[in-house]
Design a protein. Structure first.
Ligand SMILES: Nc1ncnc2c1ncn2[C@@H]1O[C@H](COP(=O)(O)OP(=O)(O)OP(=O)(O)O)[C@@H](O)[C@H]1O
Ligand SMILES: [Mg+2]
Length: 317
């Protein structure tokens, strides 16, 4: 079982414009909205891979209802924590030349009662499931959240012997390492900020992956957009690298979330480190071609899985 936790979910809105002009009126050629947020993207890809993920997150207003309906339509069991404030919208603007601009709302504050309801449902899901869930903790925290929210989720999950997969940034990421997540996957910018170093070469990126393990993660990946994906299955393992496949990306939004879904399934299915990385990279590449974030198609994933190559960047004894 997979439980995708979304403290700050969103409706993803994708607008297409010819060319975005600052300080001008811009008219969109097309506007679409989808159930979204990072944990939802992970759940969607897991569903496409044939799994039955559950999703939990606060939902408020019309956006909250749209989010729950969108997830249900995809066959994802969504547990909404009723929230007074409306669920946010994340805007993605695609220009004809391929430029992608994202504007992410901060996410509404939850009341103490809503946080308590969230904690309670989360604990019940950890305790009550048939089998031990793998817990996926994804995305930013809404305004006013306790910065150790994810650290507490990880500790609670470990009390129930659940595996924990974390994809967040900033202080929420930094504060989670003492709880020893099973797996973390920052992107280049997130890792660079965390470690306060430039990651402008593969060697530097491999060093950063090792550093994530030394900080307390059991396994770590680092995604570098069109420069590929790195993964290390533990301090006694080598750092592996999958160069990105050459695709005409529609949008990279959700590629990291799709990679995470691949790792979640690979690790939970006891795939080898190479196979897990190949699946993760194939999910990520497929998302580049998807109609919306998280909407990777299974036939693309299977095709790219055969095409991804994996190299060893260094051997650690
Ligand atoms: N333009 C691209 N061409 C080919 N592959 C790509 C491209 N962009 C991303 N990828 C693949 O997707 C993976 C994840 O991308 P990226 O590092 O952009 O994730 P991210 O910033 O965490 O994304 P998000 O948080 O929006 O899901 C990369 O490691 C790579 O495998
Ligand atoms: Mg990301």
């Amino acid at each position: 079982m997979f439980l995708c936790v979304s403290p700050n979910p969103a409706i993803d809105k994708r607008l297409r414009v010819e060319s975005l002009q600052r300080a001008r009126v811009n008219r969109a050629n097309a506007a679409q909205s989808f159930a979204g947020g990072k944990a939802a993207h992970v759940a969607m890809v897991l569903r496409t891979l044939g799994e039955s993920p559950k999703w939990i997150g606060p939902c408020g207003g019309a956006n909250g209802r749209e989010l729950l309906a969108g997830l249900a339509a995809l066959g994802i069991e969504a547990i909404g924590i009723p929230a007074q404030q409306p669920t946010r919208t994340n805007l993605e603007i695609l220009e004809d030349d391929g430029t992608v601009t994202e504007i992410l709302e901060p996410g509404a504050r939850l009341t103490d009662i809503e946080w308590a309801a969230f904690d309670k449902r989360y604990s019940d899901l950890l305790a009550g499931g048939a089998g031990t869930p793998s817990v996926v903790l994804s995305g930013s925290l809404p305004q006013g959240a306790a910065v150790d929210f994810y650290a507490r989720c990880i500790s609670a999950a470990h009390e129930h012997s659940c595996r924990t997969f974390l994809d967040t940034s900033g202080e929420a990421l930094r504060r989670s390492f003492p709880a020893k997540p099973e797996f973390v996957k920052p992107n280049r910018q997130e890792a660079s900020r965390l470690l306060e170093r430039e990651l402008d070469s593969l060697q530097a990126a491999a060093g950063a992956v090792r550093k994530l393990l030394e900080l307390g993660a059991k396994r770590a990946a680092l995604s570098m957009g069109k420069d590929g994906l790195l993964y290390c299955a533990g301090l006694q393992h080598p750092v592996l690298y999958a160069p990105a496949l050459p695709v005409q990306a529609c949008s990279p939004v959700g590629c990291g979330d799709s990679a995470l879904a691949g790792f979640v399934l690979g690790l939970s299915s006891d795939y080898s480190p190479e196979e897990s990385l190949r699946l993760a990279a194939a999910c990520a590449t497929s998302n580049c071609l998807a109609e919306s974030p998280g909407a990777a198609r299974l036939e693309d994933i299977r095709r790219f899985q055969r095409q991804v190559t994996v190299q060893q960047l260094e051997t650690h004894v």
